[in-house]
Ligand binder design. Structure first.
Ligand code: F3S
Length: 281
């Protein structure tokens, strides 16, 4: 069985930058992170071993030094920690760009729609940056209801969303609501690393018998890769967090298996999955 890697996979610039910032900070003593710095268990465990403990909430913080996650926080959270603790800001610059877009739209009088998963911490942060006048949804009907009766609507996306799904969402929203609007402003805040990995996963899925996606189950961009492979091409797709989860039965009789990985998946975890897959040949 041949194992074919996606053209682009694994760590993105923002994740690498966040991990390096936290690792650097641990050299001068222990610190806490507000939730996981990135959504990957192996990375969080490795950072904890170096002295960066993940606190589940602001209430759990013991004071001292605090690293903000790569997916950012709401301005209210920032205001509560600044001046109380030493803050190491590991927010990805692309998330920062989306936050600034949300703030700019709200300041310009736009009702803000965030195309994203309302339960994801990045989206929670974006809603905060947009002030009270915002809604987050993946459902264009909900966005259309929210836009009804408003004059100016601005739309942004969670940085790790599916770019094709964002395009479809905008098209449906335009069809449903443009007539009643004075202005509809769309800012594409899906990050380049996400788009590149999605495009590469799609190309890969078209030329293999099955795809293995490696990454955290809580990682938004990892889940998007699995959805794109399974949903767009219909190829059997398996999301695993580690090599131990692989099942040889999934690949019986197959000749080519594709391998891709989320932007927060470490190289060594990808390599271990690749090695196990080759052993299954
Ligand atoms: Fe940043 Fe995009 Fe990675 S938002 S953390 S570069 S997936």
């Amino acid at each position: 069985m041949e194992v074919v890697r996606a053209r682009v996979l694994g760590f993105c610039f923002g994740v690498r930058r966040a991990i390096e910032a936290v690792e650097r900070a641990t050299r001068s003593g222990p610190l806490e992170t507000l939730g996981p710095v990135v959504h990957n268990r192996q990375v969080v465990d490795a950072l904890a071993a170096k002295g960066a403990r993940a606190a589940a909430s602001l209430q759990e913080l013991s004071g001292g030094r605090l690293a903000l996650p790569s997916h950012g926080v709401a301005p209210e959270t920032l205001a509560r920690v600044q001046g109380q603790v030493e803050v190491i800001d590991a927010t990805c610059p692309f998330v920062r760009r989306a936050q600034q877009a949300a703030r700019r739209l709200a300041a310009g009088g736009f009702a803000v729609v965030v195309f994203g998963d309302v339960a994801h911490p990045e989206v929670h942060g974006l809603l905060g940056w947009a002030g009270g006048n915002a809604c987050a949804t993946l459902d264009w009907c909900e966005a259309a209801r929210y836009a009804e009766g408003r004059r100016r609507v601005g739309v942004i996306a969670q940085t790790t969303q599916n770019i094709g799904a964002f395009r479809g969402f905008i098209q449906r929203l335009v069809d449903a609501r443009l007539d009643g609007l004075l202005e509809l402003r769309v800012i594409n805040t899906v990050c380049d690393a996400t788009s590149e990995r999605q495009q590469a996963a799609l190309e890969l899925a078209g030329k293999v018998d099955a795809v293995v996606v490696v990454g955290g189950r809580h990682s938004s961009n990892t889940r998007r890769l699995a959805e794109i492979c399974a949903g767009t091409t219909g190829v059997p797709t398996h999301l695993v967090e580690s090599a131990q989860e692989l099942d040889a039965g999934w690949f019986a009789g197959m000749r080519r298996v594709g391998l891709t990985a989320g932007a927060s998946t470490p190289d060594e975890v990808i390599a271990e999955v690749e090695r196990r897959l080759k052993e299954m040949s």
